[in-house]
Design a protein around this ligand. Structure first.
Ligand SMILES: *Cc1c(COP(=O)(O)O)cnc(C)c1O
Length: 430
């Protein structure tokens, strides 16, 4: 029972909701310290217990004993495709459209370059790339880098235009849609938790003749996604956030089946070759999503990523979304009712249909408040400016976690614990 009336909620109510939670059994699949409430799965997912044994097996048996034969006998060579197929099942597509490889940043580069190339042959002369001002910076940096690298193409260089919201996106597409080559948006915003309406936006972008690239870093394993149903052209995303793949585990890149045979991406390394071991002098792209690969893969990271992805695949998506919304709505309600005397401003949409799986509040002392909260065992994170971010992972967070986290935050604020000097100092990673 994820949604319950939030007036007069007590810790008891939360305990009862946990007992009735159909996803409750998943908590035991994760290793988390007992004295911690982990609300940062949107940045680094928790460790599935099985990941340790899998990593040990890859290191000791596959690497240590089987050595180089493992590329064949332990299927190392096929790992990016095998795991990519699983991610594809989660985000849409009938298979063969997705590989797990490289970083999201690198995959943004490949997807955008491939999209621009397709457009230049189908609808030449379009030179605008649209994205959002609030996008995660690396996406914008990668666009900038590609634009500057491409330079003048037939006398005109590409140009990045930034929009702020769906209204501005629609206006821009109406006014100058025939100049737009590709649109790159992050489905769930890393800071605000706001979620784009994927189907409607993709349709509007297509109507203007542009290609749609979705960044799913805060969506995969967090909210239901069906890229094929939306008609998306490309997608990228992380596996180390809600997919619990492990620190720095490889990202994914997905392409619509209709584009795959024609896709050319500029990082044409040997792993993307049709026959890499023929050691041929010239590049001939592999069939399907394999052509999105570049070079030798981080096998140990891929192996642990598969554990988290398997877990995500085993979950009922509707129940997962229901619980995610139950947790985020409860958190918003409790903060607003129990912490009303403090200067906290909700940044995340109140409308559930426009919300991912994390909640952000602004507080003028946000950084120090988060550090004080972490010292008390509630781990969220901080993002500029002044934003406290709390990720809710339905697989291992409970309704009681929400209650306890809000109480911990109340103590930090009521007792002004954040004023302690140690909490003012900025670490390199916030
Ligand atoms: C987390 C995140 C990234 C991270 O990119 P890396 O290349 O894996 O460091 C990129 N884009 C978005 C939207 C993210 O949320």
């Amino acid at each position: 029972m994820a949604h319950f009336p939030h007036t007069d909620v007590t810790r008891e109510t939360c305990l009862r909701a946990d007992q009735a939670d159909p996803l409750r059994k998943y908590r035991d699949q994760f290793a988390l310290p007992d004295d911690v409430i982990y609300l940062d799965g949107n940045s680094l997912g928790a460790r599935p217990k099985a990941a340790a044994a899998r990593a040990a097996d890859v290191v000791e048996r596959e690497w240590g004993t089987d050595l180089i034969a493992s590329w064949n006998t332990n299927q190392w060579f096929n790992l990016p495709v095998r795991i990519g197929t699983k991610v594809g099942q989660l985000i849409g597509g009938s298979g063969g459209q997705c590989v797990v490889t490289d970083t999201t940043s690198v995959n943004v580069f490949k997807a955008l370059a491939a999209a621009l190339r397709l457009q230049e042959s189908d609808r030449p002369g379009r030179r605008v790339i649209l994205s959002e001002r609030e996008n995660f910076p690396t996406d914008l940096y990668m666009i900038e880098g590609l634009i500057s690298f491409l330079g003048d193409v037939d006398g005109r260089s590409y140009e990045l235009r930034l929009i702020d919201d769906v209204r501005e996106l629609r206006e821009t597409l109406l006014a100058s849609g025939d100049e737009v080559a590709a649109v790159l948006l992050t489905h769930v915003n890393y800071r605000s938790g706001a979620m784009w309406a994927m189907n409607e936006v993709t349709a509007a972008v297509h109507e203007a003749g542009a290609l749609m690239i979705w960044d799913l870093c805060h969506s995969a394993g967090a909210v239901p996604v069906d890229l094929d149903a939306a008609g998306a052209d490309f997608a990228v995303g992380c596996t180390y956030k809600y997919l619990n793949g492990g620190p720095g585990s490889p990202a994914f890149i997905w392409a619509a089946a209709r584009h795959l045979p024609r896709i050319e991406q500029p990082l044409s390394g040997w792993w993307g070759h049709a026959k890499p071991f023929e050691m041929s002098v010239s590049f001939d792209p592999a069939e399907g999503a394999k052509r999105l690969l570049v070079g030798t893969q981080p096998i140990i990271s891929l192996a642990t990523a598969e554990i988290g992805i398997d877990l995500a695949l085993s979950v009922d998506q509707a129940a997962h979304r229901e619980k995610s919304l139950g947790l985020t709505t409860l958190f918003i309600d409790l903060v607003e009712s129990r912490l009303a005397s403090h200067p906290l401003t909700l940044v995340t949409p109140r409308d559930e249909a426009s919300r991912g799986s994390h909640v952000s509040f602004r507080h003028p002392e946000g950084y120090a408040v988060m550090k004080a909260l972490i010292a008390d065992g509630v781990i969220g994170d901080y993002r500029e400016p002044e934003i406290l971010r709390f990720g809710f992972a339905p697989l291992y967070n409970s309704f009681t976690d929400v209650w306890d986290a809000v109480e911990a935050l109340r103590l930090v604020l009521d007792e002004e614990r954040w004023r302690a000097p140690g909490f003012q100092h900025r670490d390199a990673v916030t």
